[in-house]
Design a protein around this ligand. Structure first.
Ligand code: SF4
Ligand code: SF4
Length: 195
């Protein structure tokens, strides 16, 4: 090693160069605005395409959309949907799901069931806080799925629009590509329909 190199090494050792070098990064970050979300006090704004808890939907006249066709069950790669269909006694040839179960512990949130549904009876919502101590409560039955659908109808409809399931218009594409990146300071202007 040359004399200059050796001198440099001795000086760096004497002045704790590595420590100051590492502290440079720490000091730099002291003046950055924090990017951490203080969950649950602060919640992230989710895009309309977010795949959260599944919901069953009704038409505007409160009629159940689901006709019990089983296509969602057939499309599910996790085999976590069970539909039992029956004929509506008051409307011959009209079928409906008398029982409907989704084992949400097995769901991989792929959205295939929503895509398979011919009447858009299924949709995903932005609900993701359903952790529990009792795994058995995560077997969502028909009542619970319709409850989620009623409470989060707007998000469920936005999901269908965002995935071009319910209608294929310019507005739907805006939903699809809008991804708010921060609840504190949006980095994109919101689409016209949300402005
Ligand atoms: S989102 Fe995917 S895994 Fe979950 S129920 Fe639907 S098809 Fe099955
Ligand atoms: S949710 Fe849709 S795909 Fe599934 S059984 Fe009902 S109508 Fe058929």
């Amino acid at each position: 090693m040359s004399v200059a190199g050796l001198t440099k090494q001795i000086l760096q050792a004497a002045l704790f160069y590595e420590i100051w070098d590492a502290m440079k990064v720490t000091f730099k970050h002291m003046f950055h605005k924090p990017m951490t979300f203080q969950y649950p006090r602060e919640q992230r704004t989710l895009p309309d395409t977010h795949r959260g808890a599944l919901a069953l939907l009704r038409y505007d006249d409160h009629q159940e959309r689901c006709v019990g066709c089983d296509l969602c069950e057939a499309a599910c790669p996790s085999r976590c949907i069970k539909v039992i269909s029956s004929e509506d006694p008051e409307r011959p040839l009209q079928r409906f799901a008398s029982e409907f179960y989704i084992d949400i512990t097995k769901c991989v949130f792929c959205g295939y069931c929503v895509e398979a549904c011919p009447v858009n009876a299924l949709a995903m919502t932005k609900v993701y806080e359903f952790s529990t101590h009792d795994k058995r409560t995560l077997l969502f039955d028909k009542k619970r799925l319709y409850d989620i659908g009623e409470r989060h109808l707007d998000d469920a409809k936005k999901y269908l629009y965002a995935h071009n399931q319910e209608k294929n218009v310019e507005e739907s594409r805006e939903y699809r590509y809008y991804f708010p990146q921060s609840v504190l300071k949006p980095t994109q202007p919101p689409p016209k329909h949300l402005g």
